[in-house]
Ligand binder design. Structure first.
Ligand SMILES: [Zn+2]
Length: 409
């Protein structure tokens, strides 16, 4: 593994006070010290999840009916009946909106599950006021045993109009705490490939029923290029780090163009704006990430064959599908890359370890979806781990508190 190998650690008051050899650490021991012998097992920093809709996912697990991507009607009916059996007679199964008491329950649920999986920090990618209020209440009650950052929505396909900038600033100020970092914004620029709503430079396959002759990638952008550039510039001026949903290569290019416009107008603010998902990045655009100081947040857990792969192949063709999530090319271009699950939007769970496995093998860990996607883009463990630790922490401004095993963290 990269970095220096130490054989012992000392912790006091929740922070590392020494890292080094057994002899060195033994000097810190006192009569009340509790010693754990790990018998040579490795210790690593906690993992950072750069894009998990934690409250949404938790509410889905706790209150909704979820059956995965391939359930039959019978399975759906069974799951609905099982959920209904847990409710009072006459009560409805809710798919949202969630009441404050449900959100409070959801916070406890995801914190426990994230901590159990080894996640010590995460970024909420789509925060509205009710989410921020739930996170803040948990933090105030001392329950939020995770470092977090929240991207406040400016524009999403789920809202009717953009959230006004002063409103975003009010939310950032009201809900910020030591542990809740709020100087982050969210935009959506396209949607997903199987419904022809991701914005691609080249047409979808005509054989999938798409009118390839009339292809114009600008028509699938949710914000036109000028509005996108103006919005990016304004958010950059107001100090927000912007995360933009961009799946197709044209959406990625338009996001990078918008970051370039902000840099050209105001110089480099140092704010490391993120392109979220980066499922397909044209090779010509890969070096632009490092040139512009942008971060490639690569999700969802779709870099190995999974239930969505058949749908991607149907509309994009096998050859283009093989170019998805080009981790190795992105790293080789010098880009800073972070890991995310995009749970629950695009992954059945937030388990980072199956994500890591897929990043190394480009194969489905469960074996239920055979084959390999983009074998040339597989990473080594040494290449992959920083995406889950230091790179993720830097993108959430939590690197001073976590992500490496250093004294003071
Ligand atoms: Zn998402």
């Amino acid at each position: 593994m990269a970095g220096t190998a130490a054989t012992a650690l000392a912790v006091h008051g929740g922070r590392l006070i020494a890292v080094g050899s057994d002899d060195h650490i033994a000097q810190h021991a006192g009569p009340l010290t509790i010693a754990h012998d790990l018998r040579g097992q490795a210790v690593m920093p906690g993992l950072i999840e750069s894009h998990a809709h934690a409250l949404w996912g938790a509410c889905r697990d706790l209150f909704d009916v979820y059956v995965g991507y391939e359930a039959t009607l019978e399975q759906l009916l069974e799951a609905a009946a099982a959920r209904a059996a847990k409710l009072a007679p006459g009560a409805f199964i809710l798919g949202g909106p969630w009441r404050p008491d449900m959100l409070a329950q959801a916070v406890k649920y995801f914190i426990e599950s994230f901590n159990w999986m080894g996640i010590t920090g995460f970024k909420e990618p789509m925060a509205f006021e009710e989410d921020l209020a739930a996170y803040k209440a948990a933090d105030a009650a001392g329950l939020l045993t995770l470092h977090m950052a929240a991207h406040i929505v400016r524009f999403s396909p789920y809202g009717t109009a953009p959230v006004p900038y002063p409103q975003m600033e009010r939310l950032a100020k009201t809900y910020r705490s030591t542990n809740i970092r709020t100087g982050f914004a969210k935009l959506f620029l396209d949607r997903v490939a199987p419904s022809f709503t991701a914005s691609f430079i080249a047409p979808y396959l005509a054989s999938a029923g798409y009118d390839a002759g009339a292809h114009d990638p600008a028509t699938t952008l949710l914000l036109d290029a000028k509005t996108m550039a103006d919005t990016m510039t304004e958010l950059d001026r107001r100090g927000f780090v912007v995360k933009t949903h961009a799946v197709g290569d044209f959406a990625v290019r338009t996001t990078l163009d918008a970051i370039a416009a902000a840099r050209a107008r105001d110089g480099n603010s140092g704010l490391r704006h993120e392109v979220s998902h980066c499922a397909f990045v044209d090779p010509a655009d890969q070096p632009r990430f490092t040139q512009l100081g942008a971060v490639a947040e690569m999700s969802p857990k779709l870099w190995f064959p999974n239930p969505a792969t058949a749908g991607q192949i149907r509309v994009l063709g096998a050859a283009r599908t093989q170019t998805c999530h080009a981790f190795r090319s992105m790293l080789e271009s010098g880009a800073e890359v972070t890991y995310s699950s995009d749970w629950p939007a695009a992954a059945p769970d937030a388990n980072p370890w199956t994500g890591l496995t897929g990043m190394l093998s480009r194969q489905n860990h469960s074996g239920s979806f055979p084959g390999v996607l983009g074998a040339d883009q597989a990473l080594t463990l040494d290449q992959a781990l920083p995406l889950f630790t230091l790179a993720g922490a830097q993108s959430g401004r939590m690197e001073a508190q976590t992500a490496t095993l250093k004294v003071g963290k």
